[in-house]
Write a protein that binds this ligand. Structure first.
Ligand code: ADP
Ligand code: MG
Length: 510
């Protein structure tokens, strides 16, 4: 009611005829009673009010310099402003809540401001949210792998104390390494990684580069994963850090590190360095004698047995299937034994809780080495044994690569990859499927191998790795035992006994 009375009264005053207003100030006059665009009075005013939903806008003069209307407070439907100077109501505007100046179209500048500012704010907010989500994800991932993200001063303390002037052997053989799978404690891993100088690129794989690096004067291999193969780094790091995998025929793990460089994430896996490179590289330029062939083959199967077997107890390990065994993923050590590398696709199994851990890697194995059940997609992915059997298929192919490069009666073949004469250089899944599943072909075994008893035995093993039916294939342990026998019956036991002892007398030899 009171509000209505004020509005009514004010409207009456605003409409006062010009002749009863004292004339000291000149004001803008915009209302129906104005005689011209100016009026004179003691006070200039501007008012707005809503009349049946329509905005009425007035400017004019008041007689009383202390007019009570100038003291009225604005409401949602009514507002007035007074001023006491000539023409002071010229540019004077009142904004009633929810109303615009009548007929006023927001300027382009205002329009831009009104749309761009909130848009910009939303964008910045989204970027900030994205960044913080990324940071949280990074931190979670690091926590999953390394247990803690808070390194701070401790990092420097460890640098000074644990790493110090140690050699890699000191570090890796130290008791403190037992807490984290087959590697160093996580903080030392990071410290070691950041003290490495990269010397030369020694290999480019499908998923990244391998560098020779130098740590405290010792060679180390640094595999730098491309960001698209992040999952392989993650998997390999996870396996090395949770499983006790120290074995002469498994590539020795040193450290894993994830850093942010130039706003991109760099993923490093640091392992022992083997100057001969991969078995694939080695076979390009090396012809083998039968004994060396057997030695390389035996060392690979020792590594594979160690992977495949589950060992119980505190120093135990789950069973592991490699899933990408091939000559490029096997390295040749200076003692002419091999070690198996690249666990980026490996799966783990524990009998105790029948837990099959397949990981989360979209990568698939190498087509050329895929077993028939993988190519025709009949493999039972829920059964760990299936994965071991695909490793055996691939082992047979590696054996074939070795045997072709072994000199018998002065004859040797050039290096060729398996199925070189049956599929193109970079075979497709379909190419391989046609040869391996439909035509059920296996690599051709050179006849000359049958003139040597050891190589004949190797040829027999190959064939038993290549049965179409996965369950008919040999197991790694069976192959190991056969190779051990072959090795025992070898011609020159004394001369090489030491080598063989170190090869066979390992934890997996039971
Ligand atoms: P990708 O998985 O991307 O194919 P690999 O781990 O197989 O990468 O390594 C690619 C190449 O780098 C190998 O074929 C080998 O020549 C070389 N290489 C890898 N690891 C080592 C190592 N520890 N010591 C020496 N050379 C290595
Ligand atoms: Mg590889």
């Amino acid at each position: 009611m009171a509000q209505g009375a004020i509005v009514g009264l004010s409207l009456a005053i605003l409409s006062l005829p010009r002749y009863i207003i004292a004339a000291n100030l000149t004001c803008v006059c915009e209302q129906p009673d104005c005689e011209s665009s100016n009026c004179t009075g003691e006070v200039c005013f501007e008012s707005k009010h809503l009349e049946e939903g329509v905005l009425v806008h007035k400017k004019g003069c008041l007689r009383d310099p202390k007019s009570v209307y100038c003291k009225g407070s604005d409401t949602d439907t009514y507002g007035i402003r007074c001023c006491w100077a000539d023409m002071c109501n010229a540019n004077f505007t009142i904004q009633l809540p929810g109303t615009e100046k009548p007929g006023e179209i927001p300027s382009l500048q205002n329009l831009l401001l009104m749309t761009l500012v909130p848009l910009f704010a939303v964008l910045i907010l989204a970027v900030l949210l994205g960044l913080s989500a990324w940071k949280v994800a990074q931190s979670r991932r690091r926590q999953m792998l390394f247990g803690s993200d808070e390194l701070g001063d401790l990092d420097f303390m460890l640098k000074a104390s644990a790493v110090g002037d140690s050699t890699l052997d000191d570090l890796l053989n130290d008791d403190c390494t037992t807490g984290s799978g087959s590697g160093l404690p996580f903080l030392v891993q990071r410290t070691v990684a950041r003290q490495i100088t990269l010397a030369e690129c020694v290999g480019k794989g499908r998923y990244g580069e391998v560098w020779r690096g130098i740590w405290h004067g010792e060679n180390v291999a640094v595999k730098i994963f491309s960001s698209r193969d992040e999952q392989s780094w993650f998997r390999e790091t996870q396996i090395y850090n949770t499983v006790l995998l120290r074995h002469d025929n498994i590539l020795g793990f040193i450290a894993s590190d994830m850093t942010s460089r130039n706003s991109s994430t760099q993923l490093w896996l640091i392992t022992h360095y083997h100057e001969h490179g991969s078995l694939y590289d080695y076979l390009q330029y090396t012809a083998l004698d039968v004994e060396n062939c057997l030695r390389l083959a035996a060392s690979i199967i020792c590594g594979l047995v160690h992977l495949h077997v589950e060992i119980f107890g505190t120093q135990g390990k789950p069973a592991i299937a490699h899933r990408d065994l091939k000559s490029r993923n096997i390295l040749v050590k200076s003692n002419k034994q091999c070690c198996i590398a690249d666990l980026g696709l490996a799966v783990m199994h524990s009998q105790s809780n029948d837990n099959l851990d397949i990981g989360n890697n979209p990568r698939v194995g190498t087509k050329r080495y895929m077993a028939p059940e993988v190519l025709d997609e009949q493999i039972r992915m829920d059964c760990f044994e299936s994965f071991k059997r695909t490793d055996i298929w691939a082992y047979g192919l590696v054996l074939w690569e070795l045997a072709r490069r072994t000199v018998v009666n002065g004859i040797v073949e050039d290096y060729k990859p398996p199925f070189f004469d049956m599929v193109p250089i970079d075979p497709s899944f379909e190419d391989m499927k046609k040869v391996v599943c439909v035509d059920q072909q296996t690599p051709t075994i050179p006849n000359r191998l049958y003139s040597d008893p050891t190589l004949s035995a190797l040829a027999k093993i190959m064939k038993e790795c290549w049965f179409q039916s996965p369950s008919a294939r040999l197991t790694a342990l069976r192959i190991k035992k056969t190779l051990k026998k072959l090795s025992n019956s070898f011609d020159k036991p004394k001369q090489h006994s030491n080598c063989r002892d170190t090869l066979w007398d390992q934890r997996s030899n039971f």
